[in-house]
Design a binder for this molecule. Structure first.
Ligand SMILES: NC(=O)c1ccc[n+]([C@@H]2O[C@H](COP(=O)([O-])OP(=O)(O)OC[C@H]3O[C@@H](n4cnc5c(N)ncnc54)[C@H](O)[C@@H]3O)[C@@H](O)[C@H]2O)c1
Length: 326
């Protein structure tokens, strides 16, 4: 039985509680949240013990699930690691690169597992294609959301774009060569909309647009490579792979058609790979539990969390030099 304590039971923390309840061999010992109203609601709805002190809860658990606002990630995480507790920490990993480096060092010196909540790695649309041979040379990304004050304590880069940065770093097996970026602070004090171009040493170019002030929602990544186009729709949980006929994906729904080229007729196959029926949050929490039990590397480790933050901070520095003023 894995003893869990949840730190921060706001919007996301409640989703975590719902999912932990469905995972076998988990004992939710209690939660810590300084907000009295939220705590009263959660205590009665989930019949869970509220701890009035984070240290008291840490003493009773094997693993801390931290879903507090980003500016509280570092001190909660530090406390948990120093007490030898495994940590699931929501994204972004920390508030600054100094904090991220310090946490990576603490994990290295300890014997614990840490996973960062880059939940899109467990999105069924991504799971459907992640094991294909992905070798994109050009990536187009759109993550557009309607305005919501939650999460605006950080820029759209650390709030939304960081999901795509993490996915791209997990796909492109090459280091970042250069970054250019532009962003605008419209509704808050930090960029709410941004466009970023990341060039990798292997020649791949990723063009990312993120907005939290859009009228419509969209979460799409399109990968273009020599032998395929791969479209991943994270919002609608659909994926599409277009290849020359003969290379289509096994077990997928396939539609084919011919086109004339100067070298004769080519047959194109559009495949819709089967989408696994999974709940991404439940799957990421189960993966964290598995990593603890089997003593394996977590799927989104502290190093992954730090690397995504490193790129995000380089982007913010570029935007700082290149901000469009209203
Ligand atoms: N993975 C995702 O897709 C995703 C989505 C939304 C939010 N998040 C992340 O989850 C975290 C929480 O976001 P949210 O939307 O649930 O925010 P929220 O404001 O709804 O909830 C945060 C809760 O944490 C509590 N809190 C404040 N200080 C605390 C402390 N020191 N210790 C414990 N609890 C504390 C607050 O009282 C509140 O109840 C943020 O880091 C955010 O970036 C991730």
């Amino acid at each position: 039985m894995l003893k869990i304590g949840v730190f921060g039971v706001g919007h996301l923390g409640k989703f975590h509680l719902n999912n932990w309840k469905e995972i076998p061999e988990v004992d939710i010992v209690g939660f810590y949240d300084p907000d009295d109203n939220t705590a009263a609601e959660v205590s009665s709805k989930y019949n869970l013990k509220r701890f009035d002190d984070a240290d008291k809860l840490l003493k009773k658990i094997d693993a801390a699930d931290i879903a507090a606002p980003t500016d509280h990630h570092y001190h909660l995480c530090e406390k948990a690691i120093k007490k030898g507790k495994h940590v699931f920490i929501e994204k972004p990993f920390a508030n600054s690169m100094e904090e991220a480096h310090a946490l990576v060092k603490l994990v290295k010196e300890s014997n614990i597992k840490l996973q960062v909540g880059h939940v899109e790695r467990f999105n069924p649309a991504f799971l459907a294609v992640k094991d294909l041979e992905l070798n994109p040379m050009f990536i187009e990304v759109h993550r557009l959301a309607q305005f919501n004050p939650r999460g605006t304590e950080v820029s759209v880069i650390l709030d939304l774009m960081i999901h795509d940065i993490d996915i791209i770093l997990s796909i492109v097996k090459s280091d970042v060569k250069s970054i250019s970026a532009s962003g605008v602070a419209v509704m808050t004090e930090t960029p709410d909309i941004a466009n970023v171009r990341i060039e990798f040493h292997n020649g791949c170019v990723a063009n990312l647009t993120s907005s939290r002030i859009s009228m419509k929602k969209m979460r799409k990544i399109r990968l273009f490579q020599k032998d395929a186009y791969i479209g991943i729709d994270f919002l609608n949980k659909k994926s599409e792979v277009i290849k020359l006929k003969g290379n289509e994906i096994d077990d997928a729904n396939v539609f084919t058609f011919d086109i004339e080229t100067i070298k004769g007729k080519k047959s194109i196959a559009i495949s819709n790979p089967p989408i696994p029926e999974v709940n991404a949050i439940k799957k990421e929490l189960e993966a964290f539990k598995n990593a603890i039990e089997k003593n394996t590397r977590t799927i989104v480790s502290e190093i992954d969390g730090m690397m995504a933050m490193d790129v995000a901070h380089q982007i913010l520095q570029k935007i700082g030099n290149n901000v469009i003023t209203r």
